[in-house]
Each structure stands twice: as structure tokens, then as C-alpha cells.
Design a protein around this ligand. Structure first.
Ligand code: OAD
Length: 236
């Protein structure tokens, strides 16, 4: 562990599950309740914008009633105490990492609490609804959409993520099923670069065999344990 300086953490819906935010896959997951093609594609938005805006308005409202859990807090502790490089890449569109206190966070699939103006490209902070077609605070046009990466769109800041992986000594994947690319491929990218890899997930993910080590259980238990371990090792 002495040799670990730079860490890339990838988080998914499993890290927020114990805060009461639905995951996407598995029993009761969001994609069992809604068809992806109805609410999470540019084509769906073109076809039925009210349906899509209402779906994201409900999700935006719901996340504001949830609180960070012990896994978010442990990652915020790592962020505060880790002297080396750290990048927390999250596929989550909630703000629970930030509300727990983490600073080095990158949202590769966008954020519920941003809107994106299709007229002027601004991304204003947004906590209210979009269904009523509010004006963009920057340009005044009623052209705001959720700042969420939909299926068929390019995830954000991929160059920064790959640059961090190239410098990393350890890649840790937390609470993600390994079903959605490019995030699902990071473990293989990391391996090719000679980076040590660790999975922390409730159950084996689709990519579990690619990891050097996998630990299975709830994030609120596994993440605080791992953070305590790595911080203790770095001081040894
Ligand atoms: P998924 O719902 O696909 O997977 C969540 C994973 O978390 C599963 O492997 C669960 O076993 C695990 N899990 C559930 N509860 C857990 C807990 N308490 N502790 C630890 N692990 C737990 O969610 P993601 O992998 O994040 O994209 O999904 C990836 C992307 O697919 C999302 O960002 C979203 C979705 O479509 C977009 O919307 C663009």
C-alpha cells in the first residue's frame, strides 16, 4: 500500500442506494419502472418533452430530500485526508458526494441540480422544475433541458478521466453494475495501464472478474472500512 499515491474512484447508484435513491437495475430499479427509451434518450425528449421533463423534475425534487450516507462521508474523509492525487468519478447525478463534503468529484453523466440551455449552452444551477419551460437566466430563452447525459450522448470530461487513470496507482469501483460503457470499461483500461483494481459492491458486478480484488457487501460498511485501511496504510 506504500506505493499508492494516486487514486481514481468510480461510483455508481449503489453508493446512494442506502440514502434511499433507487438504483437503475435489479428488482425495483428505475429501469424496471420506466423504459430507457421513453425518458433517457434525445429521441424521447424530441418526441415527448413533457414526459421527459416531468420524469427528471420528480427525480430532481426527490434527491433534495435525501441525505448522504456513511459511504459518501467516508469518501469525503478520503478526499480531505489523502495527500496524493484523488479523483472521484461518479456516474450519479445526485449531489450527495458534495453534500458529504467531497471536493474532487467529477460527474460524468451530468447533474440533476443543473439545467442546460440549448440556446446559449449555459449550465445554470437548477433546483426547481423545468416542465413549465422557465427562461434561461443567462439568455432569456425557454430552452432548458436536464443536464443529464442520455443514452446515445457522450459522457462528460472523458479526457480528464483517462488522464487521471494514466497517473493512477489504484482504481476502486463502488456500487456500479458494470453494465454501462464507457464507465464499465475503466477497469480494463486501468488493468492495461498496470493500475491495481478493487471492486466494492453489494454483489459481483458484470465486470467483477477483471478486478484484482472484489469485496461484496453494503457500501455503508465496505467503503468506511476501505477508507480507514488505505489512510492507515498511507501513514504506516
Ligand atoms: P445500476 O443500478 O446498474 O447498478 C447498481 C449496482 O449497485 C448494482 O450492482 C447493485 O448490486 C449495487 N448496489 C445496490 N445497493 C448497494 C449497496 N447498498 N451497496 C453497494 N452496492 C449496492 O447503477 P449504475 O451502475 O450506477 O446512466 O448505472 C450506470 C448508469 O446506468 C447510470 O449512471 C445511469 C444508468 O442508466 C445514465 O442515466 C446516463
Amino acid at each position: 500500500m506504500d506505493s499508492i499515491r494516486n487514486i481514481v474512484v468510480l461510483t455508481g447508484a449503489g453508493v446512494s442506494a442506502e440514502s434511499g435513491i433507487d438504483t437503475f437495475r435489479g428488482g425495483g430499479g428505475l429501469w424496471e419502472q420506466h423504459r430507457v427509451e421513453d425518458v433517457a434518450t434525445p429521441e424521447a425528449f424530441a418526441r415527448d418533452p413533457d414526459l421527459v421533463l416531468r420524469f427528471y423534475d420528480m427525480r430532481r425534487e426527490a434527491i433534495q430530500t435525501k441525505e448522504p450516507n456513511a459511504a459518501h462521508r467516508a469518501l469525503a474523509r478520503l478526499d480531505a485526508e489523502w495527500d496524493g492525487e484523488l479523483l472521484i468519478v461518479t456516474q450519479n447525478v445526485d449531489d450527495l458526494h458534495e453534500r458529504a463534503g467531497a471536493r474532487r468529484v467529477l460527474h460524468m453523466h451530468g447533474e440533476h441540480l443543473n439545467a442546460w440551455c440549448m440556446a446559449c449552452d449555459e449550465r445554470p444551477r437548477w433546483t426547481g422544475t423545468l416542465i413549465d419551460r422557465p427562461a434561461c437566466p443567462a439568455c432569456g430563452e425557454a430552452a432548458l433541458r436536464p443536464d443529464i447525459v442520455w443514452f446515445g450522448e457522450m459522457p462528460y470530461r472523458m479526457d480528464e478521466i483517462f488522464a487521471a487513470l494514466e497517473q493512477a496507482d489504484l482504481f476502486v469501483s463502488i456500487g456500479t453494475s458494470g453494465a454501462v460503457y464507457p464507465a464499465a470499461g475503466f477497469v480494463r483500461n486501468a488493468r492495461e495501464l498496470g493500475v491495481e483494481t478493487l471492486e466494492l459492491n453489494l454483489e459481483p458486478s458484470q465486470g467483477t472478474l477483471w478486478f484484482d480484488e472484489a469485496r461484496h457487501g453494503p457500501a455503508t460498511e465496505l467503503v468506511p472500512e476501505w477508507v480507514a485501511e488505505i489512510l492507515a496504510g498511507s501513514r504506516a
